[in-house]
Design a protein around this ligand. Structure first.
Ligand code: UN1
Length: 512
């Protein structure tokens, strides 16, 4: 009964169209293959989508290109006001949209709502930003000259997102890009199309009110019909993509091949260093949220614990007794802490990874078995796993999008840092310590090589105010807060001569 109410409230029908240019009249009557969204909670279909075909993508792109020409002329603070109203619409729908995310992604209710809260936070941030799209002024080396820098809207932003944060990652990109004056063409993950449809429905009244048709576009379709055409499309100056490193390499190469820009948020292999003097209770709690939250399916999930040998055993014992108390089940039930994995494929990948751990000589200390939940027999439930490994095992070097936590021991702090950075990815990192020196070394030039580094906080659960993203194979992109907005604009350097002479830069004389 709750499911029906969620779907009705958010305007999800049993069969939905797969493309819209935004607003109440933007839906395109797509006729592509039917894409069914199954709930990972019980494996049952929630609703389906008639996918967009190549011609629908073309329709959206043509309209977006035209709409951008008008939208770029709307004053940025007005665009900010519009985004504030989007934030209000999200506030009104927080519980329902949060529940739909739980239903479609399988994350617990608190995390589904947390994701909507991220959207609301970014709406507030973007509104303020709309009056702060600053460029500096420079003192010219030439007399009676002035120089300054200004930031212009970029054009159409192509947005490709993953299944695990279908709402907040949409908002990081879309709400920032829209105050920057861009049009957005959004392709959600085919695993979670309904959340994206619901977001479009929530936005629709604001889109209508501001007359911004063809700015907030969405196209649900296959890789061949939509994904690849987007990457190759010269009308899209920026592709922002979230997903695996393999996907990101492809995106980077194709978009780079046409000298477009790409903003990549790829895999993480996030570690917590736990020193001999750490507060163990806090370290256990942070590890639990980092490794088991969202069933280990965040790009910021804690994958490795690098722990001083003198405290390893005590930590592992405490952690495993905590793991035994985790309530695994239907994420819509209130005391559940861990829901299902997204699909069967994810379970298989987890099992493969645990096999690889054993093959390399590692030891499974806890979990990894499938489990069933009463009333949710078709769901993809598993006990989160803890394994003792060496950092250089091939499987430990790669990201498995599942709740597997690797325990790696160290003896000296320099060794801990080496192990920490010795992976191809560089997204998030943390240290639990009470030592000022360890903390500062971890934050120093020779410390963590990640885009995010925390002390006495886990690796996941970042606030929107900071720049989010990472180095190395994580792709180098930054989204969300700080000055990440610059990626969605183009910079122009302007020099004005207000004098009667024509002096040249570098003192060059060029006279007849
Ligand atoms: C992601 O997994 O793609 O820091 C994003 C976090 C969340 C966002 C994760 N705020 O864990």
């Amino acid at each position: 009964a709750e499911v029906k109410q969620i779907l009705d409230t958010l305007g999800i029908k049993s069969v939905n169209y797969g493309a819209t240019t935004g607003g109440s009249k933007g839906w395109i009557e797509t006729k592509g293959k039917e894409l069914v969204s199954y709930s990972p909670i019980n494996g049952k279909p929630i609703a389906s989508v008639l996918m967009a075909e190549k011609k629908d993508y073309e329709t959206v792109m043509t309209k977006a290109q035209e709409a951008f020409k008008t939208f770029r002329m709307m004053p940025a603070p007005r665009r900010g006001e519009m985004v504030r109203e989007i934030g209000d619409a999200l506030r009104e729908n927080k519980k329902t949209l949060g529940a739909l995310i739980s239903l479609e992604v399988g994350k617990i209710r608190a995390e589904g709502e947390g994701e909507v809260q991220e959207m609301i936070d970014i709406a507030d941030f973007a509104m303020g930003l709309s009056r702060r799209l600053y460029g500096p002024t420079m003192h010219s080396e030439r007399p009676e000259h002035r120089m300054y820098e200004q930031w212009h809207p970029l054009g159409i932003v192509g947005l490709i997102t993953a299944f695990n944060f279908p709402a907040s990652v949409w908002s990081w990109n879309t709400l920032i890009a829209s105050v920057c004056g861009d049009a957005i063409v959004f392709k959600p993950s085919s695993k979670v199309p309904l959340t994206s449809i619901a977001i479009q429905n929530i936005l629709a009244p604001v889109v209508d009110k501001y007359g911004v048709e063809s700015i907030f576009n969405m196209v649900i379709g296959t890789r061949t019909d939509v994904g690849e055409p987007m990457l190759h499309d010269k009308r899209i100056p920026l592709i922002s993509a979230t997903g695996s490193t393999a996907m990101g390499k492809h995106v980077g190469q194709v978009v780079g091949g046409r000298l477009g820009r790409s903003l990549l948020e790829l895999g993480g292999n996030n570690a917590i260093i736990i020193t001999e003097d750490a507060d163990m209770d806090m370290a256990v709690r942070a590890t639990l949220f980092g490794a088991v939250g969202t069933a280990g399916q965040r790009c910021t999930s804690t994958r490795r614990i690098i722990i001083h040998s003198s405290v390893k055993q005590a930590f592992v014992n405490n952690l495993i007794s905590a793991y035994k108390q985790i309530k695994i089940g239907n994420p819509l039930v209130n005391d559940t802490l861990m829901g299902p994995l997204i699909d069967e494929e994810a379970l298989l990948a987890m099992e493969q990874a645990l096999k690889a751990v054993k093959a390399s000589g590692g030891k499974i200390l806890y979990g990894g078995e499938r489990t069933t939940v009463n009333g949710c027999e078709g769901g993809h439930y598993v006990f989160p796993a803890v394994a003792e490994v060496k950092n250089d095992f091939p499987i430990v070097q790669s990201e498995t999008f599942a709740p597997i936590l690797y325990i790696i021991e160290y003896n000296g702090f320099e060794q801990a840092l080496e192990l920490h950075n010795d992976v191809p990815q560089g997204l998030s990192s943390a240290i639990f310590t009470t030592s000022l020196q360890y903390q500062e070394i971890f934050f120093s030039h020779k410390g963590s090589d990640c885009g995010i580094a925390n002390v006495n906080i886990g690796t996941s659960g970042a606030e929107i105010g900071g720049a989010f993203g990472g180095e190395k194979e994580t792709g180098g992109g930054r989204e969300s807060g700080s000055d990440a907005w610059r990626a969605y604009m183009r910079r122009q350097t302007n020099t004005i001569n207000w004098g009667k002479e024509l002096p040249l830069a570098q003192g060059i004389e060029f006279n007849i």
